[in-house]
Every structure is written in C-alpha cells, then in structure tokens.
Write a protein that binds this ligand. Structure first.
Ligand SMILES: [Zn+2]
Length: 255
C-alpha cells in the first residue's frame, strides 16, 4: 500500500480494505464514473472503506468538491461488480473507479452541484494525464451494467466533460417523433442495431430479436448519449447518435 494519494487533488487519504493487485498485472485503460446512491457523502465514505460492504473505489468526491482517495491507482478496487464492456468482464482489473456523491434515483436524484462537477472534471483530467485511457473508454457504470445500474445517471453532464477533453460525446441527433424499434420487433434492422451497440462496446448479442436485454442497453445508451427521451426504444435519433459516435471513435460504420 502506498502512503500518499496518487492525485495531488485528493485532500483525504482513506485506505479501503477492499483492494488487491490488478489481475495479470494489467494497467488501467478505462475510467468508470458512478454516483454513490447514498443519502450522505459521509455515509458513502464509511461504506466504501468497510470490509463488510464488499465494495470500494479509487476516489470519492463529495458535493462540495472534496476528493478522497481510497485505493491506489495501481491496485484493483471493487466498484464495477457484474459488468461487461467490449467483451471484457473483469472491469475492476482494467479500470479506475470514481464515486461521485449523489443520493441518486432512490432519493429524488438532485442535480450535481457546480463545485462537485469542477472537482470531477479536474480529477478526471489528472487521471487521464497519468494513464493511457482512450476517450471511448470513459464510461458510466450504467454503460457496463445495463439493467442493473443507473449511475451516474442522465443528470450527469457528459457534454461538459467532453468539452474539457474527457470522454467521447457527440451532439445527440434530434428526436423525430418516430416510435422506433422496441420489444418484440425482429429482423435486420434489429440486428444492425445490435451490431452497432456491440461494436461500440455494449454487452449485446446479435440475435435479430429485440428482447429485454437489448431494451436495457438502449436505455443505458440513452442515459449517457441521448438523454432527451430515455425509454429503451431505438428511435431514429438514437440510432443516428450511435452511428455518429461510432464514426467519431473511428470504428466501422453500421449498415
Ligand atoms: Zn456505480
């Protein structure tokens, strides 16, 4: 264990017991943002530094923008849980996890205060300066655990992050009023959507059937990239936004 935080921005060093070596010596190439989903930041700090919680994270930011480090960046923290991205399932080994204090959807989901957002931005830039983390691997917990997690949620300002050079984001395509694809739909259009989401990194099987799992992934996508309507239906705006993201990332365009 190191004796001091990795980040000069961390004013508190509160070592968490739930930490270990990253498996196979991997270096972090992913940044996962969370909200705490707890009523107070003090409660979150207590929980994240208790062995019996079974969880931890690298950093915790409170609503006033104070940054605590709990696990050294070189170590594996326990924040992602059951998760999947780009075919990988041990995301704790390849990621750095930041918990942003916000009570979350179970407690009226307040806005993220400006002081807190400034701290998130500064800490992310600091982490990105130390590690080779590509923009498309700066993700929400909900992206890697759709259907199970909502955090940090649709109120988190990813556009602002992208303006600061954090993460991949494109302006969402405007809503067109079409119902789009949804549960029960089948066929090539569904398969093309599945291929696109899968290519971007989401945990999607290509089956040509729009099942519950696909609906959960579309909802997670919307919560991050097209927040104007979060309903798990792949309307034209959703599909177009995905295509623009794939193009911006430099991936193969979807058919
Ligand atoms: Zn989370």
């Amino acid at each position: 264990m190191i004796a001091a935080p990795d980040s000069p921005l961390a004013t508190l060093w509160c070592p968490a017991p739930n930490r270990e070596a990253r498996r196979n010596g991997v270096k972090p190439d992913m940044l996962i943002l969370h909200y705490t989903g707890m009523e107070s930041a003090e409660g979150a700090l207590d929980w994240l530094t208790r062995q019996d919680s079974g969880v931890s994270c690298h950093y915790l930011i409170d609503e006033e923008g104070r940054i605590a480090q709990l696990v050294a960046e070189q170590e594996r923290a326990w924040h992602a849980g059951q998760s999947l991205w780009a075919g990988e399932t041990d995301l704790n080994s390849c990621s750095i996890g930041i918990e942003i204090h916000n009570p979350g959807h179970d407690f009226d989901y307040p806005d993220f205060p400006e002081a807190e957002m400034q701290a998130v931005e500064a800490l992310c830039l600091d982490i990105l300066s130390r590690h080779a983390i590509p923009p498309h691997r700066v993700l929400a917990h909900s992206d890697v655990a759709p259907g199970r997690k909502l955090d940090p949620g649709e109120k988190f300002d990813w556009q602002r992050m992208a303006r600061a050079g954090i993460g991949l984001w494109v302006p969402p395509a405007p809503l067109e009023g079409d119902a789009g694809l949804g549960p029960g739909d089948e066929g090539e259009a569904v398969a093309a959507l599945q291929r696109g989401l899968r290519e971007f990194g989401y945990g999607v099987e290509v089956t040509t059937t729009y099942g519950t799992g696909l609906g959960n992934v579309v909802e997670a996508f919307q919560r991050h990239f097209r927040t104007e309507r979060i309903d798990g239906r792949a309307d034209k705006s959703t599909i177009e936004t995905l295509a623009h993201l794939l193009a911006a990332r430099g991936g193969t365009p979807i058919a």
